[in-house]
Write a protein that binds this ligand. Structure first.
Ligand SMILES: Cc1cc2nc3c(=O)[nH]c(=O)nc-3n(C[C@H](O)[C@H](O)[C@H](O)COP(=O)(O)O)c2cc1C
Length: 188
């Protein structure tokens, strides 16, 4: 297969999109974030990359807490709205119904099937972005998305984003079992 150089751009990739929540002066604000990843698992640390000037960042620094909410596909309009409009221009506090966990100041979006409550660990200031790292204090999952004691990925129905520029996708078919299929590897 021939390869085509497309330049040093943001590569075309699919990733789940999340909604970050933080209280800014006592009001919830939500920011759509595609650049989010686990950074460690024991203890669990999550990282999100924020462009400079996000209103949500004000709340993160104010309370040193935030939430990461994993939306389902039905929430695409709400998620997109939180990514199109800054809380500096429009109040987004009522886009989701917030609930709070033990940290008390990290607004979690009840409508999202997964809510991750975080305490700010560290902010790494980069040139045009900030890497916000949070210790995961608790994870909440909709009861009807559980399969036994584990969240079922099909029931979570995560909203996927084709970077850069979209569109959004839903999950496709299962391909294989991770940490298993490679055990039978043979070079073709
Ligand atoms: C699909 C999508 C993904 C986005 N991903 C990010 C991201 O990873 N990091 C970021 O800083 N902004 C991202 N944005 C842009 C912010 O969500 C947007 O600037 C938002 O209005 C900021 O809200 P705030 O100023 O109220 O915090 C994304 C927007 C969309 C629609």
């Amino acid at each position: 297969m021939n390869k085509v150089s497309v330049g040093p751009n943001v590569p075309r990739m699919v990733m789940p999109v999340v909604v970050m929540g933080a209280n800014v002066k006592g009001r919830p604000n939500y920011c759509t974030v595609a650049w989010a990843t686990m950074i460690d698992d024991e203890p669990p640390v999550i990282g999100l990359v924020l462009g400079k000037g996000r209103k949500t960042m004000e709340g993160v620094l104010e309370n040193e807490t935030f939430s990461v909410n994993v939306p389902d596909c039905q929430l695409a309009p709400e998620v997109d709205h939180c990514g199109l409009v800054s809380g500096r221009k429009e109040d987004k506090s009522e886009v989701f119904s917030p609930f709070y966990g033990s940290l008390g100041t990290a607004p979690m979006a009840r409508e999202c099937p997964v809510n991750i409550e975080c305490r700010l660990k560290e902010v790494v200031e980069l040139e045009a972005t900030d890497l916000v790292m949070g210790d995961i204090m608790e994870v909440y999952v909709n009861g009807d998305c559980m399969e036994g004691n584990r969240p079922d990925i099909l029931r979570l129905d995560p909203l996927l984003y084709a970077m850069p520029g979209g569109p959004y996708f839903a999950l496709g078919d299962k391909v294989a079992d991770a940490f298993k299929v490679g055990k039978g590897y043979k070079k073709k």
